[in-house]
Ligand binder design. Structure first.
Ligand code: SAH
Length: 495
């Protein structure tokens, strides 16, 4: 059966600006054909199983000519695939989406379109510039600075100037001198507010504020490069007041998130929301002990235990998988009390339909041990990492509580050394590193090398134990108020 093509707008770069429908299309794709302007974090959402074809275009020439791109789309769809054609911004705003659909229509291939958030509006918005405003502008025009085969586009400057609306020029960095001259020649006052936004909506976004008469000089001073757009009109004067992205607490800061990939999600997203340039660099890996006969045996005899205690969401997930493998469900746990080290672990229990009976006030192994020792009279089962903290069993032993401590996963922090990380540290291009456990510190040190200089960074640590490990390597640290992701994010926001 013949497949189909879904033409999807990827938005201007911020992965949050990919539409819900666009994301669903991406998840359903067998093949993804994408352009250079699709942001790296949107590209990261391409399913691992999908074939990704880069048809990225360079500024002055096409790496792959348009007719060849059309051929790729036709061929992949004829082979029966669901093909997502992913384009920066909106596919019909100077994106050649129309041309590609014409080729598909002629080739008898079914297609759908998922519009995207165009950079013309979004990059301006992230630069604090509303394209319309009741007091300043009642229309806006999106104009290309480049025409077919590098020719000059035929822009009717007098009409644009007479219209009086906001003007947004795309593909305009190299054409900027001609655009400015064209507007001045058509009678636009040189003191008309104007701006350029480079890498709009991305952490590397920069904004150049000017008036028409000074725009070229300022852009030159700031070395503004493509992708960038020019905005001209009164609304640009609002930029300094409304540029909310530059006021975000972590604007301009580069933060390395060292958690394992499957758990980095929320932390990274929340740091991005604070304006950070997040670098996901997993320094540890949790490896389940599988099969785990000790856990299976303990679960078969679960009724021998009064308490079941967890120190991580990973532990809960492995326990639950094992329980299901034994053909059991929540009913089997009646009579057993459940303890969780903190809210994230309690939440993992909740996801299995289980409520934690105990969460200590301070979310660490010592306090969990102390609280359990207070409450337990019968036997306790600990399902934790192989190298977990001795503080928990020590507290139980102090009160003569009987327990089984079963390792259900091990943490691999033998990260290979990374030149990219060493260079970033050497050139002081990294501001913060989040450490959510002592093992993430160990993994980070392995990746950076013991001899790397750490004085330029601050380690944002989830707790005392983690901070102690970081300090051993002379990493300056700040410690979250509580051992939660919320508190870690709050700490980052205050810096
Ligand atoms: N279809 C795209 C535009 C494609 S033309 C859209 O709707 O956004 C490419 C031009 O778009 C670039 O030369 C630049 O002018 C602009 N552009 C794309 N992404 C941008 C970004 N993140 N910041 C600023 N300008 C961007």
């Amino acid at each position: 059966m013949t497949g189909k093509v879904i033409l999807v707008g990827a938005g201007p770069g911020d992965p949050g600006l990919l539409t819900v429908k666009g994301r669903r299309a991406l998840e359903s794709a067998d093949v993804v054909v994408y352009d250079r302007l699709v942001g790296p974090e949107v590209r990261a959402l391409i399913p691992a199983a999908a074939k990704a074809i880069d048809v990225g275009k360079e500024a002055s020439r096409h790496l792959i000519p348009q007719d060849q791109i059309n051929e790729i789309l036709l061929r992949e769809a004829h082979e029966g695939h669901t093909v997502v054609r992913l384009k920066g911004g909106d596919p019909f705003v100077f994106g050649r989406g129309g041309e590609e659909l014409e080729a598909l229509a002629r080739g008898g291939i079914a297609f759908e379109v998922v519009p995207g958030v165009t950079s013309a509006i979004a990059a301006a918005a992230y630069g604090g510039i509303p394209v319309t405003h009741r007091e300043h502008s009642s229309s806006f025009h999106i104009i290309t600075g480049r025409a077919r085969k590098g020719q000059d586009p035929k822009i009717n400057y007098p009409a644009l100037v007479q219209g009086g609306g906001t003007l947004v020029f795309l593909m305009s960095v190299s054409a900027a001198p001609k655009i400015v001259q064209g507007l001045l020649d058509a009678g636009m006052p040189p003191d008309t507010p104007a701006a350029m936004v480079e890498n709009g909506t991305l952490p590397s976004q920069r904004r150049c504020d000017a008036v028409l008469g000074t725009l070229l000089q300022k852009a030159e001073e700031m070395q503004i490069h493509s992708p960038a757009l020019i905005v001209v009109g009164e609304v640009c004067a609002l930029g300094p007041l409304l540029c909310w992205t530059e006021k975000l607490p972590l604007h301009g800061k580069r933060v390395l998130v060292s958690r394992p990939k499957n758990r980095a999600g929320t932390l990274s997203d929340r740091l991005r929301d604070l304006g950070a340039d997040v670098w996901e660099f997993p320094c540890i890996e949790t490896v389940p002990i599988d099969p785990c006969p000790q856990m299976e045996a303990a679960l078969r005899d679960l009724h021998n235990y009064q308490w079941l205690a967890f120190t991580s969401a990973a532990g809960v997930e492995l326990f639950w998988n094992c329980l299901r493998k034994l053909g059991r469900d929540t009913r089997y746990l009646s009579g057993v009390q459940l303890a969780a080290i903190g809210p994230a672990t309690a939440k993992a229990l909740e996801n299995c339909g289980l409520a934690a009976d105990l969460v200590p006030d301070t979310y660490d192994a010592f306090h969990l041990g102390a609280a359990l020792a207070e409450q337990a009279s019968g036997k306790v089962l600990l399902l934790r990492a192989e190298e977990a903290s001795p503080a928990l069993p020590e507290q139980l032993a102090l009160k003569q509580i009987v327990f089984d401590d079963i390792p259900v996963y091990r943490t691999n922090y033998g990260c290979p050394q990374s030149d990219e990380l060493r260079n970033a540290l050497g050139e002081k291009r990294l501001d913060f590193v989040t450490f959510t456990s002592a093992s993430t510190v160990k993994g980070f040190i392995a990746a950076a090398g013991l001899d790397a200089g750490f004085s330029g960074i601050t380690g944002l640590c989830i707790g005392e134990q983690t901070a102690a490990e970081a300090k051993r390597h002379n990493i300056p640290v700040r410690i979250a108020k509580a051992a939660t992701i919320d508190a870690l994010v709050e700490l980052a926001a205050q810096l």
